[in-house]
Design a protein around this ligand. Sequence first.
Ligand SMILES: [Mg+2]
Length: 184
Amino acid sequence: MEKKELIIFIDSGDTLVDESTEVRDEKGVVLEAGLFPGAGETLQALHKAGYRIALVADGLDASFRNIYRQHGLEDCFEARAISELVGAEKPSPAMFRSAMEQMQLAEKDKRRIVMIGNNLERDIVGANQMGVWSVLAGYSPRYRMEPACPEEEPDFVAENPSRILELVKEIRRRVSSSGIEWEE
Ligand SMILES: [Mg+2]
């Protein structure tokens, strides 16, 4: 299938994974966790539609291996920028650059990347500082959802996981209509 020009970076905790369901071992590794209703289906639908997807997440590598293996979703991710491995946490540009490097994306590709996450200070500020699109996963009951400064203002807010699909299509439409020819 032809790959979509819009590239998706997505957070894990309280964006896909319901953090209240996490079961951790004594070292803090998440052994298993539940996803928000519709989150797994959304991720799979994006993957099947031909979007290239990177997991951009703060935490331990083993945690994310366990969770996405549990749900059979590991194959959805072409790249994984995990803070334990990168040595920095969002909003550090190192996290975003790691995903870009793994996907062989250059500066000029930033305008066709969208970061989706629940955390204003990490995901949205990080995306805005990088100059990529930002979508706030606005359905987590555990995090602040009101931007406190202009850098925390997302381009779009997804009120539930399924809404991400529509917003991705909308951003893709805007990127496509900008008239840039993408080099593959
Ligand atoms: Mg999160």
